[in-house]
Ligand binder design. Structure first.
Ligand SMILES: [Zn+2]
Ligand SMILES: [Zn+2]
Length: 120
């Protein structure tokens, strides 16, 4: 892992899923699905890079992004932020399902304002 400047540094760090055109959302969903079901670390990282690029955000050093779980959660505020899961303040709201890779997370803003951390 090198620390050379990313060519994507001028891109935003987060984007709101709700503002993306439908075809971009569909492509993003597919890449996240691929990441969720990736069987190898390499496959997972490729899917995450593709998801980041599809969403139009800077590919984070963590190679791990999430869409705020407030979008679909019962009682969620509807936030659709796509963000780097390594950002301080992101809150895990649900663990990954069996045979899946992705946990559910709230973005740092939601995690600060109305956190719903895992209770079990
Ligand atoms: Zn949020
Ligand atoms: Zn929220």
């Amino acid at each position: 892992m090198t620390h050379a400047p990313s060519p994507f540094l001028t891109l935003p760090v987060t984007v709101d899923y709700r503002t993306l055109p439908t075809h971009v959302r569909n492509a993003f969903d597919q890449h996240m699905e691929d990441a969720d079901h990736a069987r190898t670390d390499a496959t997972y990282k490729v899917a995450m890079v593709q998801a980041s690029q599809t969403a139009g955000i800077a590919v984070p050093a963590s190679l791990d992004i999430a869409r705020c779980s407030c979008l679909n959660d019962t009682g969620g505020c509807g936030c659709g932020s796509i963000f780097d899961t390594a950002l301080p303040g992101a809150v895990v709201t649900a663990a990954n399902d069996p045979d899946c890779n992705l946990s559910q997370l709230q973005c740092p803003a939601c995690g600060h304002d109305h956190p719903r951390p895992i209770t079990d």
